[in-house]
Design a protein around this ligand. Structure first.
Ligand code: FMN
Length: 184
């Protein structure tokens, strides 16, 4: 099978990582995958904040507290099943921010995050796209983290991705063929 098709077919979310950091070479591949992403009108109105353990731990602590505040039983169970971790001990993350005032910037961020996920897959690394930390940017911690992550002026949180060496395995999700509608 073609390598790109295989990466698309075999990628799945990894929710457990070893402490091993990515190499500089691997980080460069991730950076290039991000920057190679297509954007509407080639505006490139995104910014990729690359973070390691120190800031990841800050995000983890803050997000876990927010997730537990007012959590229903289902949320608590999900968190317990994930070892009370929302970022799964990942050693490395990319947080994508995007221009608040550009209508396509969230779509562009989504495309970039999948480019990064496929690059990680190609490197034999695990990844999981992270939306839950969006709650931090709806909370009173918003400004502190926007500063910490060095979001450019006028940019807001779009999506993030955790990357690292897999400590757990998960099969790709089940496909729903009925979601395809052929009209030819
Ligand atoms: C926009 C977006 C946000 C997501 N946010 C989270 C998240 O915060 N935490 C998490 O564990 N998984 C998150 N995921 C991963 C999805 O749960 C996962 O992609 C889905 O269950 C399908 O499984 P697969 O990635 O293994 O195919 C997110 C995925 C997307 C596309």
């Amino acid at each position: 099978m073609n390598e790109i098709i295989r990466a698309i077919e075999e990628r799945s979310s990894t929710r457990g990582y070893t402490p091993e950091m990515l190499t500089e070479e691997e980080i460069k591949v991730i950076e290039n995958a991000a920057l190679a992403s297509p954007t509407a009108v080639n505006r490139q109105e995104w910014c990729f904040s690359l973070i390691g353990k120190e800031i990841i731990d800050e995000l983890e602590k803050t997000q876990l507290a927010l997730s537990l505040k007012d959590a229903d039983e289902e949320t608590k169970k999900r968190l317990e099943s994930r070892g009370m971790k929302v970022l799964y001990n990942a050693p490395f993350m990319v947080v994508i921010s995007a221009d608040k005032n550009f209508g396509w910037s969230k779509v562009d961020a989504g495309i970039a995050v999948e480019n990064i996920a496929l690059a990680a897959q190609g490197l034999g690394l695990g990844s999981v796209i992270i939306g839950c930390i969006g709650a931090i940017f709806q909370s009173e911690e918003k400004e502190r983290f926007e500063k910490l992550l060095k979001f450019p002026e006028g940019y807001e949180f779009a999506v993030a991705i955790a990357i690292g060496h897999k400590a757990t395995e998960k099969a790709p999700h089940e496909k729903k063929p009925e979601k395809i509608v052929r009209l030819f």
